[in-house]
Design a protein around this ligand. Structure first.
Ligand code: 5GP
Ligand code: SF4
Ligand code: MG
Length: 453
């Protein structure tokens, strides 16, 4: 998911709308904005992309100088409007809007307990647990209630909260998900990634620290270290999820990916004629690889940017069209060549298998495959598409078997040591659980899903 918050700017909802556009890659399932003016809160949210949820009319109605926004990442089974964020509640201590990126590992347990005690939930989001805990806290004021809630929840959470007087930005004690602070004139901005600060013209100030809560109001910014901080930043943000123009931990994401491509090149010997990225996710790494090895980098695959989700027909003929709809090779680049395809990751192996087949049909002599991260063997419990990861190919097959399955002439993954070395400049500690199974805070009850029980 992507989150955004702004305080002290008169076109708060407009700016949030643009911020959410910049964070669209973090979630396409739903989008929403809550804005407030003199204690009056307005909300608009809907299913789909930011551009289809918001138009001139509904944006004009969202008046105020402070706002938060959210774009939701699609996971299966819970694609409901009621699950769109931000959530807006009357906490009994004042209005409260909140938007969450991450996943609680004890959310399900807390929810069951709260339901036993009579709480009624309106969504299937673990985020609603946070809202309930704040509302039910015995603390008198809303800020102490938030701090009370933070003592009880465990997991990955970057949060933006809006009350009548304050905008809060919070990161969990391990800092799994990103959250940055920016300054815009007299106002302040919070955003999942710095690319959203850029788009509204805000100046990057710093990242919120693990275990930190910043409080933004008309007096400025202050900070509370509510828990001891550790750094277990999600390494997959650097590999795949974050936008290449963002800066995380002082490191530009595109340059970090190039560095991972370089590291892969140093670990791999291959007789190849041309390096071709799988667009868009493999571009930066492929560029780094090609530079390091001194082999030409070429656009051998063109991506159609306008294809969203396509209807999946069981007919094999139609399924093949679907792949070509998204990616089409440039024959002149690959024909008769020994091609090295580079992508950031292999999850189920379907993308790579289809592309390799396509390149071979178009006359590539050999198709090798390089991955700028290690095999994804373990599922994520901290908010990154767990449902898709149930079918992780590297959990079932060896590298050799995967190579056969995808039909490549060779397959090379970047080593974990090589990946970490490529990211050493960030001075962050990382969660690498999907590669090595070392879950920094355990798995909890798994995915927060009421269907799963
Ligand atoms: P596969 O076909 O192997 O399942 O998917 C591999 C592709 O999915 C890669 O190109 C990679 O960029 C992309 N990918 C990696 N992680 C994720 C994720 O969490 N969500 C989505 N939608 N794509 C991902
Ligand atoms: Fe990120 Fe993987 Fe850790 Fe999940 S398990 S937080 S995807 S590094
Ligand atoms: Mg991809």
């Amino acid at each position: 998911c992507g989150i955004f918050g702004i305080f002290g700017r008169k076109n708060a909802s407009q700016l949030t709308y643009f911020g959410l556009h910049a964070l669209q890659h973090r979630g396409q399932e739903s989008a929403g904005i809550v804005v407030s003016e003199d204690g009056d809160f307005s909300i608009h949210k809907g299913m789909g992309l930011v551009s289809s949820v918001f138009g001139e009319n509904n944006l004009r109605k969202l008046k105020g100088d402070r706002a938060i926004g959210h774009v939701r990442y699609s996971t299966t089974g819970s694609s409901l409007l009621s699950n769109a964020q931000p959530l807006l509640i009357n906490s009994g201590k004042g209005m409260l809007a909140l938007a969450h990126n991450g996943n609680l590992v004890n959310g399900y347990k807390i929810r069951r307990q709260l339901e036993k005690e009579g709480s009624i939930f309106h969504t299937t989001l673990d985020t609603e647990v946070i809202a309930h805990l704040i509302a039910r806290s015995r603390e008198k004021n809303i800020e102490d209630s938030i701090l009370d809630c933070l003592k009880q929840i465990k997991g990955a959470f970057s949060l933006v909260l809006l009350t009548k007087d304050n905008l809060y930005g919070i990161r969990d004690p391990y800092g799994f998900r990103p959250l940055s602070l920016g300054k815009l004139g007299d106002g302040y901005v919070l955003a999942s990634e710095t690319c959203a600060l850029d788009i509204v013209g805000a100046e990057y100030v710093r990242d919120i620290k693990p275990g930190e809560m910043v409080i933004i109001n008309s007096q400025g910014v202050c900070s509370i270290q509510y828990a001891e901080g550790h750094s277990a930043f999600c390494i997959f943000e650097f590999i795949y999820f974050a936008r290449p123009d963002s800066i995380i931990g002082g490191q530009n994401v595109h340059l970090a990916r190039m560095e991972m491509g370089r590291a892969l090149a140093r670990e791999m010997s291959a007789e190849i004629d041309v390096v071709v990225p799988v667009p868009d996710s493999g571009i930066s790494a492929a560029q780094g690889f090609a530079e390091e090895k001194g082999i030409p980098f070429q656009w051998g695959l063109i991506k159609n940017r306008y294809v969203g989700r396509t209807f999946i027909s069981p007919e094999p003929e139609i399924r093949d069209i679907k792949v070509k709809l998204k990616l089409n090779p440039i024959c002149e680049i690959i024909k008769g060549k020994r091609v090295l395809l580079i992508d950031d990751s292999i999850v189920r192996g379907t993308t790579s298998k289809r592309i390799i087949k396509m390149l071979k049909e178009k006359g590539a002599k050999e198709v090798h495959f390089g991955v700028s991260s290690p095999p994804v063997v373990y599922p994520c419990y901290y908010g990154l598409d767990t449902s898709n990861r149930r079918e992780l190919i590297a959990a079932r097959m060896s590298v050799e078997e995967i190579c056969n399955y995808i039909g490549a002439d060779s397959l090379t993954y970047l080593s974990q040591a090589g990946m970490l070395k490529a990211l050493a400049r960030t001075e962050l500690g990382f969660c690498t659980a999907c590669f090595d199974g070392n879950y920094p805070i355990g798995k909890g009850t798994g995915k927060y899903s009421l269907e799963e029980g």
